[in-house]
Design a protein around this ligand. Structure first.
Ligand code: TMP
Ligand code: ASP
Length: 247
């Protein structure tokens, strides 16, 4: 789940390479360039592959969703799209916590508790995971976050509150497009002034989207479970969102 990467000092090279993105420095120390890759991994890197066109689609979908959320009051890191696969974002220190919101049972929640995939959660669930590849990104409680000083109590409160706001806003948007938002993962970072910003990406790599009519999965589960048609599914999300650029 985490994007454990390499750090290099050379200016001409990247600062950090994750599983699906590379981060490069820019002339402005508070801005970095993100390059979205076609690479895909699942199950903590156990399954590896490449999905042609995924980098471009995720770059564009993420830009669109951050812009949408920003207009509705969610502070975030996105600045602007640079090219088909690249965007500029504010440099932040990512908190080592992944925040997952769930509206229906799927994935690890179904596996961990033996619940039926697709069952509706009576109200949205918020979960925290510790970003630590070695330990397989364990589910943790707010007290664990405080114990390990991964984030302050105030930051935990803000992450929960904002994650639920993002959920409401994304549900509103996706429902209009005939898509059910099953769950998603967010990451937050602190800017140079200590302000908490929504960061990383929001895309079919980090969300579960099911077609409202057919229940068809339009997200990374197609890759995780070798269902085929991964790029088509991502493209479907992009076009439903009104995406127009040629991809
Ligand atoms: P999970 O059911 O596997 O815990 O996933 C919950 C949500 O988080 C789902 O929308 C996919 C997303 N997610 C990531 O973005 N990165 C990850 O590494 C994992 C495991 C899940
Ligand atoms: N991207 C994650 C990994 O490779 C897992 C996932 O999204 O399922 O660990």
């Amino acid at each position: 789940m985490t994007e454990e990467g390499e750090t290099v000092m050379s200016e001409s090279s990247f600062l950090y390479e994750g599983k699906a993105k590379k981060i490069y420095p820019t002339d402005d120390p508070n801005v970095v360039r993100v390059e979205y890759k076609d690479d895909a991994t699942a199950f903590n890197g156990e399954k590896k592959g490449s999905v042609p066109g995924k980098g471009e689609l995720n770059n564009r979908i993420s830009a669109l969703l951050f812009t949408y959320l920003g207009k509705r009051g969610i502070p975030h890191h996105f600045i602007r799209t640079l090219s088909a696969t690249e965007q500029l974002v504010k440099r932040v220190n990512i908190l080592p916590v992944e925040v997952v919101v769930r509206n229906r049972v799927a994935g690890s929640l179904a596996r961990r508790l033996g619940l039926k995939e697709g069952s509706l959660c009576p109200s949205p669930l918020v979960e925290f995971y510790y970003k630590n590849d070695e330990r397989g990104d364990p589910l943790i409680t707010e007290d664990h976050i405080a114990l390990m000083e991964l984030a302050s109590r105030e930051q935990i409160r803000q992450m929960r509150e904002r994650a639920l706001q993002v959920n409401e806003l994304l549900i509103e948007l996706m429902t209009e497009k005939g898509v059910d938002l099953i769950d998603f993962k967010l990451e937050f970072g602190q800017d140079e002034n200590g302000k908490l910003l929504l960061a990383d990406e929001i895309s079919p790599d980090t969300c579960r989207f099911w077609d409202r009519g057919t229940g068809k999965k339009l997200d990374k589960d197609r890759f995780r479970h070798s269902l085929g048609g991964v790029e088509d599914a991502y493209y479907e999300i992009w076009t439903r969102l009104g995406g127009e650029d040629r991809v």
